[in-house]
Design a protein around this ligand. Sequence first.
Ligand code: GDP
Ligand code: IMO
Ligand code: MG
Length: 432
Amino acid sequence: MNKIDILLGLQWGDEGKGKVVDALTPNYDIVCRFQGGPNAGHTIEFEGKKFVLHNIPSGVLTPGCVNLIGNGVIIEPHILKGEIEGLREAGFDLRQTLKIANRAHLILPTHRAIDAANEKALGKMKVGTTLKGIGPTYTDKTARRGLRIGDINTANFREKYEQLKKAHLQQIAGLGFDMQGFQLDGLDFAEYEKLWFEGIEYLKQYQFVDGEYFINEALDAGKKVLAEGAQGSMLDVDFGSYPFVTSSNVIAAGVCSGLGIAPSRVGKVYGIFKAYCTRVGTGPFPTELFDKTGDTLRENGHEFGATTGRPRRCGWLDLPALKYAVMLSGVTDLMMMKSDVMDDFETIKVATAYRYQGKETQHLPFAACTETMEPVYKELEGWRQKIEDRRQKAEDSIPEKLEEYIRFIEHYVGVPINFVSYGPDRTQNILR
Ligand code: GDP
Ligand code: IMO
Ligand code: MG
């Protein structure tokens, strides 16, 4: 039986999923997103060009690959239209290759307003969301009042929209948030709403499918399918650092509900992580660095959000958190990204445990959000050599001390690291 492979971020997002999905796409016929929405920003670079995808799967830049936006994804039509048009201008026409699941929910302009109102109401305790309406849209999905892509071709779509909008405006007023003067992406609400409806009309030229049949039948017909995660395991709504999380299941289990795939149909689970850690938004980050080393990671790694431009918080690799993420998703293959960022480091630290309530533990405590955990570090020697330079001299190998770093991680986590990325370009990878 043909199985679906999965690629997941194992940290707090931005691990480099876009780059790796694009690099793996030549081995697949179909790439699907199964959760999240335009909160994602997946970067792909090749031949000196750079693309950032938000709602669209990262297989679109490989000719012939079919891309599905699955039922578990939430869609903002104006943002999606902008993305499709940007790709069209760059020479990628998606009319034949992009499919959208009927059951995918819509992000309304008022969902984005509620997101902003909620964040304002939380004050200092805000999540630091991407303000794309993610939480409110998934809330309406589970509250059974959301609108779906398949609804846009029904006669009373506008009526349903107005009804939900009315409820949203009451909710917003209840939060004491003033819609007067509220802007979305620099536009008046009414102007933005007009563009949103233009997005709805625009999307009608794309193929809406019953994604669950589409994918299962494709697998039955022998097609190779890759599911592309968004965000990272530590932002999972169930297992992340709640409430500083996103509103979907980003772990492997999310693929089953987000595409309509049975667990027995899951094949390889690729887990990807940076050689260090980053996080955007609020919430605990035990290995965060507030010193010069943190700044160096940010500068060397260009750690600024692909969706919001915010500087990313940076710190050392957190092995208990990585092992936890590997456990939750049954990761079979690990991929380490951005090793080049630490090429100049004399020494490198990795957290191997936490000191919590006077004891040492390798488990993430339930109360991790409210109480402090102090990381216990192991210090390793830096490799101080570039893979790039070695390759130019036809030494197709990994520097010795980097190899030691990799083995240390493999030993701790118990899963092999088969793929090491040392630059943003789709070709800057080494297979072990
Ligand atoms: P995603 O959300 O997981 O797809 O990751 P993002 O695109 O938000 O962030 C990853 C950033 O790192 C992007 O700017 C990539 O171009 C870049 N990147 C990916 N892999 C590497 C790598 O191995 N080295 C360096 N220096 N940059 C990388
Ligand atoms: P990719 O797919 C990094 C973070 C936000 C915030 C929290 C909730 O590019 O890795 P949301 O808007 O989802 O309600 O915000 O989650 N967040 C991400 N951080 N990468 C992402 O996506 C993220 N998507 C959401 O910063 O802390
Ligand atoms: Mg990103």
